[in-house]
Ligand binder design. Structure first.
Ligand code: GLY
Length: 369
C-alpha cells in the first residue's frame, strides 16, 4: 500500500511517498535522482541505532554507496555548532553541487540538514526521510529549514525544498506512545484548520491509529500531507494562507518557552493544548459555537493527550507572563500578534483583531487563577 502526494511548486515539484518499507527500498527510490551512485546521510544517534543499517542496506541494494554522520538527539542539535559540524563533514566527504544529502530523522534533523544543504556550495539537493509522525506530517514537507537562536526557535534559516520525501510508516512503530501522540497533535491540527470531515474521521479512527493500524496511519499521513502540500503550493513563503498551519502554535510556542523547551511539554503536545485554547478563544469571541471547543477537547482527552493547561506538569507562569511570551512570537507583524482562530471545526482563519483581555481571560481560566 503506497500513497504519493506531489508538492507542485513550479520548477521544484517533488513527491512525498507514503507507505511501509520505503527505507528498505530507499536505493530504488533515490537512485533516479543521483548523478553518481553515492549519498551523504545525516541522522541522530537514536535513529541510527534503530534504522541506519536498514537504510544503508536499502541503498546498497540499488548500488548506492553512503557515508553517514550521527549527531546527538534532541533540540540542542538544532544550533550553530552542529550546523558547522554538518557543513564541515559534508565538505570533507567531498559532497559536490550535483550530489544529494539525506536527512534521516525527526524534525530536528530535517530542519538542520535541510539548512546545511541550503547553504552548502550555495545549495545542494536533499532528500527527507522523516522518522517521527510529526516530521512525516509537517516538518519534512514544505521546505522550511533552519536552526534555533538564543533569541528564539527557528529564527535562522532558509526556504529550501527537498527533492523527495520518503515517509516510511513502518518506522512509526518504533516511536514511544508519547512521541507518537505528540505527532498526532499536528494531525488533529489539519482536521481542525481545514477539513471537518477529516476531523470526524480522526474521532472515529484515532484510537485504532494510535494502536498501530497501518492502513489508518497511512491514510492519516496521506491526508495531512495532501493538505500541507496544497497550502504550500498556494503560499510557499508564508505571505498568507501558510500561516493557517500555525493553528495552536501561538499558544503552543509560549507554553514551550514557559516550560524551557523541556520534556515537560513536547512541541506537538503544545500544539494540541494550543488548538484547544484557540477554539476556546474563538468560542468566547462568538466566532464558533461553544460545542466546538468541547468537541476538540473531548477528542484530545479520548486519545489520552494533554488537553488543558492544567495537564502540563509543574508550575506555569501566570497569564501576563504567558502573554509576554506570546508577544515574542516570530509571527508578530508590526507589533501586532496574529492569531489563527476558527469559525468552526475545519474553518480556521488568520486575524490580528483579538482583544487582549479576552486572551488573558482564556489563559487565566485555563490556569485556574
Ligand atoms: N510548520 C508550519 C509550516 O511548515 O509552515
Amino acid at each position: 500500500m503506497r500513497e504519493t502526494v506531489t508538492v507542485d511548486l513550479p520548477g521544484r515539484a517533488y513527491e512525498v511517498r507514503i507507505g511501509p518499507g520505503l527505507i528498505r527500498h530507499a536505493g530504488a527510490e533515490i537512485a533516479p535522482l543521483l548523478k553518481r551512485p553515492r549519498v551523504a546521510i545525516i541522522t541522530d544517534e537514536t535513529v541510527a541505532a534503530l534504522h541506519l543499517g536498514t537504510l544503508r542496506d536499502g541503498l546498497a541494494a540499488a548500488g548506492v554507496a553512503s557515508d553517514a554522520l550521527s549527531l546527538p538527539p534532541g533540540e540542542a542539535t538544532k544550533s550553530w555548532g552542529p550546523l558547522e559540524q554538518c557543513v564541515d563533514w559534508l565538505l570533507e566527504a567531498q559532497v559536490e553541487r550535483g550530489d544529494v544529502v539525506v536527512a534521516f530523522g525527526g524534525g530536528v534533523i530535517g530542519d538542520l540538514v535541510g539548512f546545511a544543504a541550503a547553504i552548502l556550495r550555495r545549495g545542494v539537493r536533499f532528500v527527507q526521510i522523516p522518522t517521527s509522525l510529526l516530521a512525516q506530517v509537517d516538518s519534512s514537507v514544505g521546505g522550511k529549514t533552519g536552526i534555533n537562536a538564543a533569541q528564539g526557535k527557528n529564527l535562522i534559516g532558509a526556504f529550501h525544498q527537498p527533492s523527495l520525501v520518503l515517509a516510511d510508516t513502518e518506522v512509526l512503530g518504533t516511536l514511544t506512545p508519547r512521541d507518537f501522540l505528540a505527532g498526532y497533535g499536528e494531525v488533529v491540527k489539519y482536521g481542525l484548520l481545514g477539513d471537518a470531515e477529516f476531523f470526524g474521521w480522526l474521532e472515529r479512527q484515532g484510537p485504532a491509529l494510535a494502536a498501530g493500524d497501518q492502513a489508518a496511519r497511512i491514510e492519516a499521513v496521506h491526508r495531512s500531507v495532501q493538505m500541507k502540500a496544497d497550502i504550500v503550493t498556494r503560499d510557499e513563503t508564508e505571505q498568507g494562507d501558510r500561516a493557517l498551519l500555525n493553528l495552536g502554535h501561538t499558544f503552543g510556542h509560549a507554553l514551550e518557552a514557559a516550560t524551557g523547551y523541556s520534556d515537560r511539554l513536547l512541541h506537538g503536545e503544545g500544539v494540541a493544548v494550543g488548538c484547544a485554547l484557540a477554539f476556546e478563544l474563538s468560542a468566547r469571541m462568538g466566532l464558533c459555537s461553544q460545542e466546538d471547543p468541547s468537541r476538540v477537547r473531548a477528542h484530545l482527552k479520548d486519545m489520552g493527550m494533554k488537553t488543558d493547561l492544567t495537564d502540563i506538569p509543574g508550575d506555569l507562569p501566570g497569564p501576563d507572563a504567558l502573554m509576554d511570551l506570546m508577544a515574542q512570537d516570530k509571527k508578530v507583524v508590526q507589533g501586532q500578534l496574529r492569531f489563527i482562530l476558527a469559525r468552526g471545526i475545519g474553518e480556521a482563519f488568520i486575524t490580528s483583531d483579538v482583544p487582549r483581555d479576552m486572551v488573558r481571560r482564556v489563559l487565566a481560566d485555563g490556569l485556574e487563577v
